[in-house]
Design a protein around this ligand. Structure first.
Ligand SMILES: C[S@@+](CC[C@H](N)C(=O)[O-])C[C@H]1O[C@@H](n2cnc3c(N)ncnc32)[C@H](O)[C@@H]1O
Length: 260
């Protein structure tokens, strides 16, 4: 929404919408990250986002409820614009607050924003030692801070939880559509909360039991093919995309328990 997140499906929005059911009255995202679908799902639809990472949860709560968010952001930007020394000082103090856990979500966005804008090399190394919180925050990149107000409007009425995905998938509901974007196999170092082999097995089991219409995105691997693509319960379509890091063309799968 306001920030960019590792593994973001922001560029796949149209594709995702094209794979959604024709009509639904509730939307759930159990692995929300920076859930970009919230930009396009009508606000009259009941919406529920969830992420196990407390930093992600705090960010969403602040975006929905904290009226001071925009002021804080503007104050930070004004100070950083005065001089490079001021910007650097601010950057360091935000980093410090992140490390002590005594931060505001704006600090998280601001560190990411300045690190990218100024290309300060300390970014990665500073973050590497701060685990698991920093492993998560290096996934963030604030790109469109001026959208904070719009994002807050869209966020009104959205339910936000900080649970394991299973509770969200299995909770009862009516005419519900769930989009699951779990950590891909091999993405262990990208997210503070990745999936182990056991969790992945459990995930496949849970998805088989889901009583709601569920769309899943997963990496192209032998495991995905075995657990989902060749399984008669699911319908799957491949999608090609270019990796921003390696510039290679990769394939990922979109899998649903309804007809795609
Ligand atoms: C691939 S990212 C989601 C990206 C998101 N679709 C976007 O566009 O920004 C996966 C997310 O799942 C979260 N996660 C990992 N394990 C989880 C679990 N057991 N329950 C809920 N969320 C989990 C991670 O914190 C991460 O934010």
């Amino acid at each position: 929404m306001v920030a960019k997140y590792a593994g973001s499906k922001l560029l796949d929005i149209n594709w995702l919408v094209s794979l959604s059911p024709y009509e639904y009255s509730e939307f759930r995202s159990p692995f929300a990250g920076n859930e970009p679908l919230l930009w396009v799902i009508p606000t009259c639809v009941k919406r529920w986002i969830n992420d196990i990472n407390p930093l992600v949860y705090q960010y969403w709560i602040a975006l929905r409820d904290d009226d001071s968010l925009e002021d804080r952001w503007v104050r930070h930007c004004k100070r950083a614009d005065r001089s490079l020394t001021d910007a650097y000082y601010l950057f360091r103090s935000c980093c410090k607050r992140l490390i002590t856990g005594n931060h505001h979500p704006v600090d998280l966005l601001f560190v990411s924003y300045l690190a990218v804008k100024q290309q300060w090399g300390m970014y990665r190394s500073h973050f590497a030692s701060f685990s698991p919180a920093l492993a998560a925050s290096h996934s963030w990149r604030a790109v469109t801070p001026e959208r904070i107000i719009l994002a807050r409007e869209i966020m009104q009425g959205v339910r936000i939880t900080n649970w394991d995905y299973q509770k969200v998938v299995s909770a009862p509901g009516r005419n519900c559509w769930i989009y699951c974007d779990p950590p891909y196999d091999g993405a262990g170092r990208v997210y503070a909360y990745g999936f182990s082999a056991l969790q992945r097995k459990d995930f496949a089991r849970h998805m088989l039991r889901s009583r709601h219409r569920t769309l899943i995105s997963l990496e192209d691997s032998a495991l995905t093919v075995k657990q989902f693509v060749t399984h008669p319960h699911f319908d799957s379509v491949p999608q090609m995309y270019r990796s921003r890091r390696t510039q290679k063309i990769n394939r990922q799968w979109y899998i649903a328990n309804y007809s795609l």
